[in-house]
Ligand binder design. Sequence first.
Ligand SMILES: *Cc1c(COP(=O)(O)O)cnc(C)c1O
Ligand SMILES: [Zn+2]
Length: 430
Amino acid sequence: MDHVRGFRCTVCGREYGVGAPRGVGDVDYVCPLHGDDGILDVLYDYDRIQARTSPKRITASGVGTMWRYKALLPVDADAPVPPLRVGWTPLYTAPRLAESVGLHHMWVKDDGVNPTASFKDRASALAIVKAQEVGATTITTASTGNAAAALAGMTASVALRAVIFVPKSAPQAKIAQHLVYGARVFLVDGTYDDAFELTLEVAREFGWYNRNTAYNPFMTEGKKTAAYEICEQLAWQVPDVIFVPVGDGCILGGIHKGFRDLLALGWIDRLPRLMGVQAEGSASLVTAFEQGLTWDQIRPIEAETVADSICASLPRDRIKALAAVRETDGRFLAVSDAEILGAIPMIAQKAGVFCEPAAAATYAGLAKAVREGWVGPQDRVVLLLTGSGLKDVASAMRTVTTPKVIPASLDAVRAAVARWDEPAHADRAG
Ligand SMILES: *Cc1c(COP(=O)(O)O)cnc(C)c1O
Ligand SMILES: [Zn+2]
């Protein structure tokens, strides 16, 4: 792993070397001077990476997972990876969705097709490799639901144990995933933030490997692979704008990291503008952005939104998230729960992708950005669709009308079809 130079504290900039015991050098996950706020950034020797791989070689590799970028990840070349097929998810062109907001060039990245149906598989897959590297057999995490589902699935695939902490209000489908995969599940009477604090203590108490987002520095590294994929899928071109749903801000920070890596390698020549989309009821980064606050001036709020995956009282990765937006000339924007719910059938009907509320927030954010003039018709735009709609069927059902039950007769269908506003026999001609 000589392509990893070490770690840098995002608070004080102090650098640490690589080494035992956790693969995080002489520190355990975070900068000892800054405690749980001192999230580390993984540093690379880009010359070494450059010498070993190239866009051409990656494209020719034929590896159909995030591991096609193994040479750019903090793992050994021969490190075993979990067998489940994570990443290299489709980037679909979405002309009808683009048209609905007056754009000409738009793509959706469907991360709902990952093994546990969310973007979080990218981070959890890397957590498995890092945990195995240090011989850990139990991995713990706090989660709003998806990170834990991803961890439960990935650990099951390699016979490790997952111990997860989720708020008791997490959607049923996500809790079902945790349980069916055989994780030890703690339903916490409290928020995600309460669960997060609890896992820090629990992991120390029992010596379990901690996968927590915005604590374990490797989670950002797993998430950055989506940035590589977007570039490669656009023939190593950079889109103009990417919309990313933001809870803790780890995905946003990861996407930024991915593009910064490619820039440092000279494989791209600019960064895309990163737009962080939050729910109005969980919008502390929007407030910070609009008021020009620094990360340490952000205070916890009572977060509440239908988009459970982006419900965070105090975004844990706020340092990386603010940097992602500020250093790319992007912005943070807030959308209402009604706009988020309305976006679910829009994306489904105009792009064919059924996503959960947090992911749908990206389209709501795009619509707002177009209205406000932050995005123009010629911009090449990507929406990062981070999770499947099957994760939260109850919210999806709020966006549609349940049909009436009919008798099983042709007459009943005739009567119903007669009330449609489009012709019933349109297909016969073709
Ligand atoms: C976790 C998650 C997010 C938000 O990611 P953060 O890193 O917490 O900002 C968005 N969408 C989905 C589906 C998620 O699971
Ligand atoms: Zn520090």
